[in-house]
Write a protein that binds this ligand. Structure first.
Ligand code: AP5
Ligand code: ZN
Length: 217
C-alpha cells in the first residue's frame, strides 16, 4: 500500500504515521525527519536546510524530490510506504506522478489553525525513532522520557510560536492546494486516482487512529 498523510503542521501526521506503519508493515517516509537527520549530521544539505526550516519555509522542490526518489528505490519500500509531510507542493506531487508512483490512499487530517499553536508548544519528540508526545494530550509514561527506550525527549527548534505561525501560512499558501488536487482526481472517477479520505483531526489521538484504520479497511 502506498499512502500520503496530508495536513497542516501539527495536525498529527507523525502521530498517526506511527500507528499506520505498524499495522500495515510499511515504512514511514517523513521528509521532515530526513531533513532533521541531515541537519544533525551536518551534511551540506543539512546546513542549507536548517536556516529554511528555522524560518518555517519550504526546502527547494528539486532537493526534496531527489531525496524521496532515492528513498523509495530502497528495498524496504517494495511493498509500499507512507509519505508524511510529502508532497507539499504541486511540483512535488507531479514529480511522483511522472515517476509512475501510483498512490492508493490520500488521508487528510483536518485541524483548524486555532488548535495548532497549543499542540506545537506541548510537543516533545524522541529524535532517534520519531515518536511524538504531547505534555497534555499524549504524555509519555515518564516525564521527558521516551516510552520505549527511556531516552530523553526534546522540543523541536521550529516549534516556537512565531515559526509555527509562519509554517501555517506556508501550508495555506503552498500545500493546501493539494487537498483539491487529490480529492478532485478521486471525485472525477479517474480509475488511477488515489482514494481520498478526510478525517476530523480535532478528536483524541485514539479516535483519529480508529477512523483512519476504518477508512483504510
Ligand atoms: P515536518 O517535520 O513535516 O513538519 P510539519 O508538516 O510542519 O508537521 P509537524 O511534524 O510539525 O506536525 P505533525 O502533523 O507530524 O504533528 P504531530 O503528530 O507531531 O517538516 C518540518 C520542516 O521541514 C518544514 O517546515 C520544511 O521546512 C521542511 N520540509 C519537510 N518536508 C518538506 C517538503 N516535502 N518540502 C519542502 N520542505 C519540507 O503532532 C503535533 C503535536 O500534537 C504532538 O505533540 C502530538 O502529540 C499532538 N497531537 C497529535 N494528534 C493529536 C490529537 N488528535 N489530539 C491532541 N494532540 C495531538
Ligand atoms: Zn511530523
Amino acid at each position: 500500500m502506498r499512502m500520503i498523510l496530508l495536513g497542516a503542521p501539527g495536525a498529527g501526521k507523525g502521530t498517526q504515521a506511527n500507528y499506520i506503519k505498524e499495522k500495515f508493515g510499511i515504512p514511514q517516509i517523513s521528509t521532515g525527519d530526513m531533513l532533521r537527520a541531515a541537519v544533525k549530521a551536518g551534511t551540506p544539505l543539512g546546513l542549507e536546510a536548517k536556516k529554511i526550516m528555522d524560518e518555517g519555509g519550504l526546502v527547494r522542490d528539486d532537493i526534496i524530490i531527489g531525496l524521496v526518489k532515492e528513498r523509495i528505490a530502497e528495498a524496504d519500500c517494495a511493498n509500499g510506504f507512507l509519505f508524511d509531510g510529502f508532497p507539499r507542493t504541486i511540483p512535488q506531487a507531479e514529480a511522483m506522478k511522472e515517476a509512475g508512483v501510483a498512490i492508493d490512499y490520500v488521508v487528510e487530517i483536518d485541524v483548524p489553525d486555532a488548535l495548532i499553536v497549543d499542540r506545537m508548544s506541548g510537543r516533545r519528540v524522541h529524535v532517534a525513532s520519531g515518536r511524538t508526545y504531547h505534555v497534555k494530550y499524549n504524555p509519555p509514561k515518564a516525564e521527558g522520557r521516551d516510552d520505549v527506550t527511556g531516552e530523553e525527549l526534546i522540543q523541536r527548534d521550529d516549534d516556537k510560536e512565531e515559526t509555527v505561525l509562519k509554517r501555517l501560512a506556508v501550508y495555506h499558501e503552498q500545500t493546501e492546494v493539494l487537498v483539491g488536487y487529490y480529492s478532485q482526481q478521486a471525485a472525477a472517477g479517474d480509475a488511477t486516482a488515489p482514494k481520498y479520505v478526510k478525517i476530523d483531526g480535532t478528536q483524541a489521538v485514539e479516535a483519529v487512529r480508529d477512523q483512519v484504520f476504518a477508512a483504510l479497511g
